[in-house]
Every structure is written in C-alpha cells, then in structure tokens.
Write a protein that binds this ligand. Structure first.
Ligand code: 5RP
Length: 229
C-alpha cells in the first residue's frame, strides 16, 4: 500500500533550508507552517542558532514546546526570513491568507521580512484569486456596518464563528469571510476594503512573497520566484 505524500511537509522542509545561523525568523500559522516549525525545531535541537517571533499564539506555543528561542516582537526591527502558508496563490505570487485567522500578525511580520517564503500544497495554486473566501479582520464595534459595506462590493460575507460564537482573533477582533468567487483586480479590492472604517486588515497579501514553494503529489516541489519589477 502507498503511503500518501505529505505535500505540506515537502514544501516546509524545502523552505527551512533557507534558514541559516544567526537569522531572525518569522514563524507562520496553519497546518503547513506547522511542518516548517517542526523542522526548524528539529534543526534547533541539532544546533541551529536563530531567534524567532510567531504569527499566532498557537504557533508560539508550538515553538516553545520545540525549544525554538522566541523573542518579543518589540526587540525586532526586521526579519531575515518568514515562512508561512497560504489559502490561494496566483501566478504573480499574490496570495490570500487568513483561513487560520492569523492574517493581521502574519501581515505585520510579512511586511517587515526581507525574504518571505510561502509554502503550500500545489492545489493552492490558482489562475485567479477569489474561490477561497477572503478573510477580513474587523473591530467588534459596528462590525455589522462593515459587513453591509463589504456586501455592497459584490461579495457574500459571513461572520466567522466558532462553537456558535463569533470567532475571536489573537487580537480580539472578528473576521468576516467574503466570497467574491473572482477577484480580477486584487490591488483595487485590497485598497477598497482597507479604506472601510472598522477594517483592521484583509487577507490579500500582494507583491509580498519572494518565493513560493509548492509541495506536489508526485513527491517533488516546485519553486516560483517573484518576478523582478
Ligand atoms: C492562517 C493562514 C494560513 O497560512 C492559511 O490559512 C493556510 O493554512 P493551511 O496551511 O492550514 O492550509 O493564513 O491565518
């Protein structure tokens, strides 16, 4: 019987090859980033010397378990490398993130990163973004007004819930998941959404990834580089 290939781990292990001694590392969130944190933990146990900040409480807890040195974000002015997952990726390496609810910390850390690697199963690679509902993090006060505004942009918004209560991010905000189905102009939508008062951030990560590593069902990886502008 065939053992199924762990495409997430394939991509994660390839990404961790870019982590070198002395680096300040951003740790992503989600089931793919989990494998990267595991591999970083294994290499730290073998002597790799790094310091890290996690993009979520969940990833920080995992890093502590693995004895990865975690430092306060206030002690960091930039990250040498960040490795994080994605929900959708297009051929411009634009990405939808936030399925795991950590988009705000992920974007703060990603934006301060010199070499930003996105890792994912090959199925996350799409011709156009939008089939995955775009997560929008909003403050609690007046979230209904933001919801109606998002609806007026042509999407079907849904307030994310957990156990029948509104889902709360690590920053004590709500998330509204917006099904647009097609996002032909990600930059325009990104700017339009972030101009709504009450929106904290949205899950469009545009022109941020330097490298995308896709894990493939045939056991290989595919590496996509940012096109130089
Ligand atoms: C969390 C994220 C995740 O990176 C994204 O949802 C992908 O998750 P997974 O690797 O579990 O498919 O953005 O906010």
């Amino acid at each position: 019987m065939h053992e199924s290939i762990n495409t997430r781990k394939l991509a994660a292990d390839a990404a961790v090859d870019h982590v070198k001694n002395g680096m300040t590392v951003g740790l992503g969130t989600g089931t793919t980033a989990y494998w990267a944190i595991q591999e970083i933990g294994r290499r730290v146990a073998d002597g790799l010397q790094i310091r890290a900040v996690a993009t979520s409480v969940q990833s920080e807890n995992l890093a502590h378990e693995l004895r990865i040195p975690i430092v306060p974000i206030s002690s960091i002015d930039s990250f040498d490398i960040t490795i994080d997952g994605a929900d959708e990726i297009d051929d411009q390496l634009n990405v939808i993130k936030g399925g795991g609810g950590a988009l705000l910390r992920e974007k703060i850390i990603g934006a301060a990163t010199k070499f930003y690697i996105i890792i994912a199963d090959e199925k996350k690679y799409v011709t156009q973004l939008g089939a995955f509902p775009l997560p929008v993090e909003v403050v609690k006060f007046g979230w209904e007004l933001v919801f109606y505004k998002l609806q007026s942009f042509g999407c079907t918004p849904v307030l994310r819930t957990l156990e029948e209560q509104p889902y709360l991010t690590d920053n004590d905000h709500y998330i509204i998941d917006c099904s647009f189905f097609h996002i032909p102009d990600p930059q325009q939508l990104h700017d339009q959404i972030n101009r709504i008062p009450g929106v904290v951030e949205n899950g469009l990560f545009l022109s941020m990834a330097d490298l995308v590593i896709l894990g493939k069902g045939n056991g290989s990886t595919e590496v996509l580089h940012k096109k130089s502008s």
